[in-house]
Design a protein around this ligand. Structure first.
Ligand code: DX5
Ligand code: ZN
Length: 213
């Protein structure tokens, strides 16, 4: 599996070292929170620009914000390779937002919270590049994995067999044990924050997750 270290738990006072410490991962996951869609606030596209100077990894931007359609250009210009927004925040503009992201040459991702029904994604399966299944309530790191995510992954894997091409990514509570579960369910990419950043050997943590099965 592809591993995307989540930058939520990083030490921002030591940015360059933190980025180098997870350079074994081909992706970096940026958790953007606005304090409106989720209670916490983190950083915005400005952080991407700064980090882009230290890393040529694939920048996976997870927008946990209200009105994501308003800032797509800013993230594209700041170096995002993938922009994922929440269906719950799109308020009937999801098709338009997906098209705007793709028009900028960036991959488009759609995410749903644990309580959102998987069937709400059906209208977008043909056009989306990635689906992000939240296995925790968005808003903070270090939470326990919700097993309800496994059925969603299995369903997405089954639907994809019918002729779609989206990646399946899972985010929240990922450790060695849950990484095995999500891989067996059909996941392609795992996001991990605390498991990697709290591990004494971050290289080893990334490798373990990548080979979990
Ligand atoms: C939660 C974020 C996740 C989180 C993952 O809102 O989207 O990316 O930071 O952190 P862990 O791996 O610690 O659950
Ligand atoms: Zn995330």
């Amino acid at each position: 599996m592809i591993v995307a270290p989540s930058f939520l738990t990083a030490d921002f006072s030591n940015l360059e070292e933190e980025i180098v410490s997870v350079s074994a991962a081909s992706w970096l996951h940026f958790d953007v929170m606005d304090g409106i869609f989720v209670p916490n606030r983190t950083y915005d596209h400005g952080m991407l620009k700064i980090i882009k100077a230290y890393s040529n990894q694939f920048f996976d931007c997870h927008l946990m914000i209200a009105n994501p359609g308003d800032v797509i250009d800013l993230y594209a210009q700041s170096g995002a390779d993938l922009i994922t927004f929440h269906l719950e925040a799109a308020r009937n503009h999801a098709h338009e937002i997906i098209q705007n992201i793709k028009r900028l040459g960036v991959k488009a991702g759609l995410s749903i919270k644990p309580d959102t029904d998987i069937d709400t994604l059906k209208p977008y399966l043909n056009e989306i590049d990635l689906i992000l299944v939240m296995s925790v309530e968005p808003g903070k790191g270090g939470q326990a994995f919700l097993d309800s995510a496994l059925d969603k992954i299995r369903t997405l894997f089954k639907w994809r067999e019918q002729g779609h091409h989206y990646w399946i990514e899972v985010d929240g509570g990922i450790n060695l044990e849950t990484a095995k579960k999500v891989r067996q369910a059909g996941c392609d990419i795992v996001v991990a924050g605390s498991f990697i950043f709290n591990h004494h050997d971050r290289d080893a943590a990334i490798r373990e997750l990548a080979h979990a099965k």
